[in-house]
Design a protein around this ligand. Structure first.
Ligand code: SAM
Length: 292
């Protein structure tokens, strides 16, 4: 077993850090959800970039760390990025954090990482919490394939069109959502994605942590999902293709192909049943050949 390398707080600031950009995950609620390595990096970095320096300062103070902080949010990014890239060239050790969880996951940092890597600076991930993965692990839904889709659009038409795009994908879907929009979003998911099991994970790792499981229709009507307070992840299980027999799929395919032809017919059935369009197209050709 590898030896643990725990450090005392005063040792942390002396941790030897290679020059580069450190992408540091921070807690999503409970301040103790931070790794020892994240504390080492935050203590020894020359500069810590925070979305909001008050939030970052509070986290560092809770762990007894004094660091130089600089705001790096979507407004400051354009102005601050050239300075950060220049300091990386000069050999600085710079930590990028966000208000909560993993930077770049529905948070700023993508362009900075892209440009830092492009100029040859080292980029080190310092992994830790993300609300998306925390929700996935508690949802009780399949985890073998999942797709993180961030915040759905706020307008109904755009939101439904996103759900239509995601409907045929055979994977668990993860969304970030806000309290005021949750009920409408769940109702649109139920209308477009149909009968699927889902989970609403609210205020994870915090005092009012709540995990509600049920079908999308049940969740859309659940009193706990009507404008709840706090931060929310919605996890939606994959389409229930495994419950569709080959005969049922063939029947739907034959009907659609007779109406639309093999290509459009396969596409329609793929979307409706959550099956692979390519597999259905191949099957449509087999069925057509068998008929001759
Ligand atoms: N980078 C963060 C991460 O890795 O989780 C996410 C940042 S995004 C701007 C903020 C959204 O994440 C919230 O609106 C909510 O949907 C979700 N979120 C953050 N903390 C959460 C928590 N403790 N419980 C549930 N959802 C949370």
């Amino acid at each position: 077993m590898p030896k643990a390398q725990a450090r005392e707080p005063n040792e942390r600031a002396n941790a030897v850090l290679a020059p580069g950009l450190y992408v540091v995950a921070t807690p999503i609620g409970n301040l103790r959800d931070i790794t020892l390595r994240a504390l080492d990096v935050l203590s020894a970095a020359d500069l810590v970039l925070c979305e909001d320096t008050r939030v970052g300062g509070k986290l560092l103070a809770a762990h007894g760390i004094a660091a130089r902080l600089e705001r790096y949010d979507e407004h400051a990014a354009e102005r601050v990025r050239p300075m950060v890239l220049q300091r990386l060239v000069e050999g600085a050790r710079i930590a990028l954090t966000s208000d909560a969880g993993t930077p770049l996951v529905s948070d700023p940092g993508y362009r900075l990482v892209l440009e830092a890597a492009a100029q040859g600076s080292d980029v080190f991930p310092i992994p830790g919490p993300s609300a998306s993965l925390a929700a996935l692990t508690a949802a009780g839904l399949p985890t073998d394939r999942f797709l993180f889709a961030g915040f759905p659009p706020t307008k109904t038409a755009a939101r439904r069109s996103l759900f239509e795009e995601l409907a045929p994908i055979r994977a668990t879907l993860l969304f970030y959502e806000t309290g005021p929009r949750l009920a409408d979003s769940l109702a649109d998911m139920a209308a477009v994605l149909g009968r699927r099991e889902a989970c609403v994970a609210r205020e994870l790792t915090k005092l009012h942590e709540t995990i509600v499981r049920g079908s999308l229709t049940e969740l859309a009507a659940d009193p706990r999902c009507q404008e709840p307070k706090g931060e929310i992840v919605v996890v939606v299980g994959p389409p229930a293709a495994e419950h569709i027999s080959l005969d049922q799929a063939d029947e739907a395919l034959a009907e659609a192909v007779a109406r639309l032809g093999p290509s459009a017919g396969a596409a329609e059935v793929a979307k409706a049943l959550g099956l692979s369009r390519r597999d259905l197209y191949a099957r449509a050709l087999v069925l057509k050949g068998a008929k001759r």
